[in-house]
Design a protein around this ligand. Sequence first.
Ligand code: SF4
Ligand code: SF4
Length: 360
Amino acid sequence: MFPLKDKKLAEDIVSRIEKLDVNLKFMHVCGTHQDTLVKHGLDVLLKKCGIEIGQGPGCPVCVTTAKEIEEMLLLARKGKTVATFGDMIRVPGEKHSLQGMKEEGCDIRTVYGIEDAVSIAEKNKNKDVVFMAVGFETTVPTTASVLLKNPPSNFSVLSCHRLIPPALKAILDMGEIKIDGLIQPGHVSTIIGTKPYDFISKKYNVPQVVAGFEPLDLLMGVWMLVEQIKHGTAFVQNEYTRAVHEDGNVKAKKVIDEVFETGDKKWRGFPVIPKSSLELRKQFEEYDAKKKYEDDLEELKNKDFKEPKGCKCGELLRGLLSPQDCPLFGTRCKPGSPVGPCMVSIEGSCNIEYRYKKTK
Ligand code: SF4
Ligand code: SF4
């Protein structure tokens, strides 16, 4: 393994890429990758070498739809205790965010994880506690293992969990942007392994590299992609061998499969993506907020909700734009007064861009 903080090695990789005189567009789907790229100026550095790297649907908070937020708002209004992560609480709905509802007296709790939400339910048996579970494959095993431990009956989950490979397929099928290579997310891949990406290279002839989160991981990942392109090959390579194995985490995958089954779901900025969501299996129906509170949620059944006016999060999540292309970036939309989820979430590309650059 190469030393992760070696500046000389980084410069060497960059100069090798530069000499190849390429003009390529890569996509990654991970908030932490975006953070590393922007924080260390790798986005600018690589652009000078002819490589543009954009973030696709790489943040679980950002891809949660306006309708899912409205469902949580409705449950809160109907007297349930709603628990979720801090970022999720600040995402604006049509009129309110969960934060706004909290200020109006609804019982909204910020938690660090599902265990905190279960403990709220254990301590408040007279309350119905609903946990809004967001996250890609990385966080699903925790949700699943908590549900396998028989949490109290006043606890339930609104599953907003989503899967990465079907979203990548959707992007490639939509064909809106040119993608010369994909950098796959490290943490997601520790769970699913590298095999679930194979079909992408085979079907769409797109090279892929699973990469870690250090600047050198990303530079190596880019280098590996460029090498594949140069040699006319397209397959899945693993740069993050210190954490990711071909088969992933077999135990975690088994736990996920025991509790969840795949479903078709809309993502923010996308139409319904087949087999891209995880829904609770019938045996866990008593913990499924969508089933448990079906009557409460009935009024939203056939409604759809749009992105906030003027917000470009949808295009951003499809890789069509960069944060600074949005006219609201840094003007009407800032981390303290976000218009869209990409400015709220610390994994959102607008929030990352604002934190490190805020050029407007
Ligand atoms: S969970 Fe980790 S690997 Fe997955 S998208 Fe978020 S930061 Fe990236
Ligand atoms: S700057 Fe704000 S409004 Fe524009 S895309 Fe980003 S989050 Fe949405």
